[in-house]
Design a protein around this ligand. Structure first.
Ligand code: UGA
Length: 437
């Protein structure tokens, strides 16, 4: 991949999206400084210790720090001054009222204003509520000390954790929210080697594309989860319903996997923030509240199904397999496993936990001494009364079920992701709980 222009890029924020963005632009050949105000994180990154697990990322970071394309720094001012394009990728965490906390965005805007020593294109990549771009622009105008020109743009990121590198280089679309042709031209050049449809629009529209996309995907998941509940009541199979629906091109089969619902740091917070900003603007987006309610209910529903089988949960040995909110990540934020483990603990279950990647993160959340983390799935399943699969890691699909049958006390599989073949397991003598099947 050859770059078409020698832009110097500064990526502010070394979170999941920030670090991936910085690494991928450096891989494209650009000179990138990735800054973060967490000095410990930067010092680890300088030693090539990554703050989270993401397939392929470490390799790209090592390669590009070695060849000098990628630099890590905690010196924000200096990094801004040295750059032509600045990506704002700081966190926008949820406040207690559901709105996005934009303090970090404002702080960065002020730092940019203070250090505007040459023309810069300032690009919002963090997920932000509509109209944030105009606030960033206003802030920079308010505090800048020189007449130096700048442009603001919105370039939302659609990458998924666990597939972040692939998604960065192979996006379904690239969105440029701009005010001037100059900004559009720079962004087009910057992304010229990425083959994807480009949508050019104003900044408000670009910001809305991101919130609307995440909220729509969450809605799709809650919709199929509601259908799964009806399948359970009526004796139908939600996987087949989803297949039958998904073949209709207007619906599409992605994001129609019923199960424990969505978690992670994006969908729950973006849905809330979208509902909040909609209301603030004068529209009650009640559909989103319902999407959230259905999602939260799935976890309790799953535990109720387990209870139905086990009758008394107290002192029953339960194996929890998969803790992260989805496979190929160690991210535990808003993971369904958190609620499910807590519900089962309350019922008095004796719980062993295993995850291929997320144990370190999970230990920060699950502090109850009654919980035992183990080193592999078989250890978790040994003498257990129920195996709860909460994340569809590939390694779980390769388990030796004949062996499981022998080592489990009672062969109950609670499949929170509908990842196994119910008929095969039942034929092999297992009791099976799925969602909507
Ligand atoms: C999501 C979006 O998919 C990305 O496009 C977006 O860039 C990102 O948020 C973000 O805003 O940063 P991510 O949170 O990494 O990405 O995870 P997804 O792969 O979208 O999965 C979200 C959750 O939905 C997971 O808990 C997953 O298990 C669940 N899910 C997904 C289902 O329950 N059913 C499905 O059919 C699909």
């Amino acid at each position: 991949m050859k770059i078409s222009h020698k832009y110097k890029i500064c990526v502010i924020g070394a979170g999941h999206v920030g670090l991936v963005t910085a690494a991928c632009f450096s891989e494209m050949g650009y000179k990138v400084i990735c800054v973060d105000n967490d000095a410990a994180k930067i010092s680890s990154l300088k030693k090539k210790i990554l703050p989270f697990y993401e397939p392929e990322l470490e390799k790209i970071v090592i390669k590009n720090t070695k060849n000098g394309n990628l630099i890590f720094s905690s010196l924000l001012e200096q990094s801004i001054r040295k750059s032509d394009i600045i990506f704002i990728v700081v966190g926008t965490p949820p406040l207690s009222d559901g709105s996005a906390d934009l303090t970090s965005i404002e702080n960065v805007a002020r730092a940019i204003a203070d250090n505007l020593n040459s023309y810069k294109l300032i690009v919002e990549k963090s997920t932000v509520p509509v109209q944030t771009g105009s606030k960033v622009k206003e802030t920079i105008h308010r505090y800048k000390k020189s007449d130096v020109e700048f442009d603001i743009a919105s370039n939302p990121e659609f990458l998924r954790e666990g597939k972040a590198i692939y998604d960065f280089f192979h996006p379904d679309r690239v969105v440029f929210g701009v005010e001037h042709a100059r900004a559009e031209q720079i962004l087009r050049r910057l992304y010229s080697t990425i083959k994807a449809p480009v949508i050019v629009t104003d900044i408000n529209t670009a910001e809305l594309i991101k919130h609307a996309s995440n909220s729509f995907l969450a809605t799709k998941i809650s919709f199929i989860n509601a259908v799964a509940r009806i399948c359970d009541l009526a004796g139908a199979n939600v996987n087949k319903v989803a297949e039958g629906m998904g073949l209709d091109k207007r619906i599409g089969n992605d994001f129609l996997s019923a199960g424990l619902g969505y978690g992670g740091f994006c969908f729950p917070k973006d849905l809330e923030a979208f509902a909040y900003i909609s209301k603030k603007l004068g529209y009650d987006f009640n559909l989103l509240q319902e999407v959230k309610r259905i999602n939260e209910e799935q976890r309790r529903y799953f535990v109720e199904k387990i209870k139905e089988h086990l009758w008394v949960v107290k002192n029953k040995k339960i194996a929890i397999l998969g803790l992260s909110f989805k496979p190929n990540t160690d991210d535990m934020r808003f993971a369904p496993s958190i609620d499910i483990v807590n519900f089962l603990l309350k019922e008095g279950a004796v719980i062993k936990l295993y995850d291929p990647q997320a144990v370190r993160e999970a230990k920060k959340i699950f502090k109850n001494p009654k919980l035992k983390f183990v080193k592999n799935a078989y250890e978790a399943l040994d003498k257990c009364d129920c195996a709860c699969f909460l994340t569809e890691w590939e390694e779980f699909k390769k388990l030796d079920f004949l062996k499981l049958k022998k080592i489990m006390h009672y062969p109950l599989i609670a499949d929170g992701r509908n990842m196994f073949d119910k008929n095969l397991l039942e034929a092999a003598g297992f009791k099976y709980i799925g969602i909507g099947m």
